[in-house]
Design a protein around this ligand. Structure first.
Ligand code: NI
Length: 398
């Protein structure tokens, strides 16, 4: 297998210009969540031309393509997300977004190019593929409830049933040529809270005749910070952030109500359920002390992204073979961001990992969702080789 890994790596390098073209095509014509029509058409036409069985318009704009190996075996899925962000591209390059106010600023264009690259490689090495590989292009990762749950409902993990799934995300803080892995929890559960504090309005000069929802809301905001600081084990990560406050008309009017909106992040599925009760308790106590009423809407978005230990172990081994020990990074900590890849992992085992797309030395690094975000395209063949090699190896080991 050592020689084969070298061969796959060399083959991936020869695909580089093609993968750059493909990625730039996506980058020029980005589409936001659930609107990835052109993107889906492009992918399905390309993979059909390669002779794969292609299912298009899965869950709207999604594409599922199947490669049958030359030997019987299990089925691995490789997933890429397709959506761009509602953001104006500020880059001045020939592949800048042609769609005003829409930009691939999270690298999903690269994810698609990498999975297409893996498909091209696995087609080339079909005689070494022991089983099936499903290429899963999913709409709307950026917009909860996310495209993953719709892909699952549409049967993307059936026919043939998928035994394990792999997903990749660009990481601009990781040098190009490398990838990063972690067993267990990798990304947080993300829930949305919407709170209304209802008082009764009145004159700013006569607060005793009113119930002031602004004072109550300010105490609620403080009170919610008791959750990470006093109510949850300090060794358990939890974030409660209020990102929006709205209320009031004028400096001397006590308004009737105040709205708060925020996000709750947890890495432990049990704690995720408990935090909701803690919020309710704090809201109830403070509102009652202030004489106000409250309404809480708690929307569960993406669950904790929990990597499968054994499969992640196999992928790490595959990375050491194809990228080398020095380019295989083991992450110590999870991220508090979230990903709807977690929905697949609630159903089947798999692993989600990060591809280094860091810029050349001296160039600025822009974070994800920044209007100047870009990737180092040298990463495209690296990602394709890694995905293809991981899939080949997993099929041998499962
Ligand atoms: Ni993303």
């Amino acid at each position: 297998m050592v020689n084969l890994s070298k061969e796959v790596k060399v083959s991936a390098e020869t695909l580089k210009d093609r993968l750059v073209d493909i990625r730039r095509q996506f980058h020029r014509y980005p589409e936001t969540a659930f609107e990835e029509e052109r993107t889906g058409e492009y992918i399905s036409a390309l993979l059909e031309k390669q002779g794969l069985e292609v299912n298009k318009n899965v869950a709207g704009t999604g594409v599922v393509a199947l490669l049958k190996g030359s030997q019987e075996g299990k089925t691995i899925a490789l997933r890429a997300d397709m959506d761009a962000l509602p953001l104006q591209d500020i880059k001045d390059v020939d592949y800048s977004s042609r769609h005003p106010g829409v930009c691939h600023a999270c690298g999903h264009d690269a994810h698609m190019a990498v999975v297409i690259g893996a498909a091209l490689l696995l087609i080339k090495y079909r005689d070494r593929v022991k089983g099936q590989v499903k290429f899963l292009f999913q709409p709307a990762e950026e917009k909860p409830p996310g495209g993953a749950s719709f892909m699952i409902e549409a049967g993307a993990l059936e026919n043939p049933a998928v035994d394990a799934i792999l997903g990749i995300h660009t990481n601009p803080y990781l040098p190009v040529g490398s990838a990063a892995f972690k067993k267990g929890p990798v990304m947080a559960a993300a829930d949305l809270i919407h709170i209304k504090i209802i008082g009764s309005g009145g004159h700013g000069a006569a607060p005793h005749q009113a119930v002031d929802p602004i004072v109550a809301a300010s105490q609620v905001i403080q009170g919610l910070q008791l959750i990470p600081s006093r109510m949850v084990d300090p060794l358990e990560p939890v974030v409660v952030t209020i990102g929006r406050i709205q209320g009031g008309e004028k400096f001397n009017i006590i308004p009737r109500e105040v709205e708060l909106e925020g996000t709750v992040r947890t890495l432990n599925p049990r704690l995720r359920h408990e935090v909701r009760e803690m919020i309710e308790k704090i809201l109830g106590g403070i509102s009652s002390a202030c004489g106000a009423q409250y309404e809480l809407e708690y929307i569960r978005n993406y669950p904790v992204l929990m990597n499968h230990d054994e499969i992640t172990g196999h992928v790490i081994e595959a990375s050491r073979e194809i990228l080398g020990e020095d380019h295989t990074v083991i992450l110590e900590k999870p991220l508090m961001g979230s990903e709807d890849f977690a929905n697949y992992l609630e159903r089947i085992p798999g692993s989600y990992f990060f591809l280094g797309v860091g810029p050349e030395e001296g160039s600025p690094i822009y974070p994800w969702h920044h209007p100047g975000f870009d990737i180092n395209e040298e990463a495209l063949p690296t990602g394709a080789a890694l995905m293809a090699w991981a899939a080949l190896n997993l099929l041998e080991k499962l």
